[in-house]
Design a binder for this molecule. Sequence first.
Ligand code: PEP
Length: 251
Amino acid sequence: MRKPMIAGNWKLHKTLEESSQLAAELVQQLSTINDRDIVIAPVFTALASVSKKITNSPIQLAAQNCYPAETGAFTGEVSPALLGDAGCHYIISGHSERRQLLNETNQFINQKVSATINAGLGAILCIGETLHERETHQMLEVLTSQIKEGLAGISTTQMTRVVIAYEPVWAIGTGVTAGDEQAQEAHAFIRGLLQGLYSQEVAEATRILYGGSVKPNNVDGLMAQTDIDGALVGGASLKAEDFIRIVKFES
Ligand code: PEP
């Protein structure tokens, strides 16, 4: 059985004080939950202070990005090991905002996934097609290369540290969610890819999260789908009440 995961991506939002306050509210409301993983990804500057707030709670910390090097002359960058040192359990790689705004390629994202795993952390690999790619029937091809290239060189054993997040770009921050069945179809396809690349065992064990305008009013339907193992939540993770309801999904 795959343990569900609900992850909140705070993106470029919240001051130190606001981050600590939201983390404290989540700790208070979610302290007894142990049947699902709860992850939050604040901005870099708030990682260490949020880490202190969530100590001894079921909430785990993620970074929104990393640089795939251990140390060296990489001005402005942060390594997976240092993110682990700041309290992170996971690092998100391949978010569509970074693919689009910063031209990140599958190859570069693959280096980050690999560096994350080598630092002993969990990698959340985001993939997803744009509206144009969907409308021009390139979706399966795009997902296939994002998975194959994003996971290049990642072994079966290392796959235990990988979580995939399927985030159709047209659904991120738009208020448009993929329908439950539409999302399920994409997730089943991705699981099939994992089976082909690795094995049935790896495919069945790997968590595939859905992301794209997940809200309190649509999470239950999404989580009821066979191949949807959780959610990566942007906008709705910024408000305690909404994120708590999403974490407490019923399916
Ligand atoms: C995201 O940024 O990963 C995301 C899914 O955002 P939103 O929930 O706001 O669509």
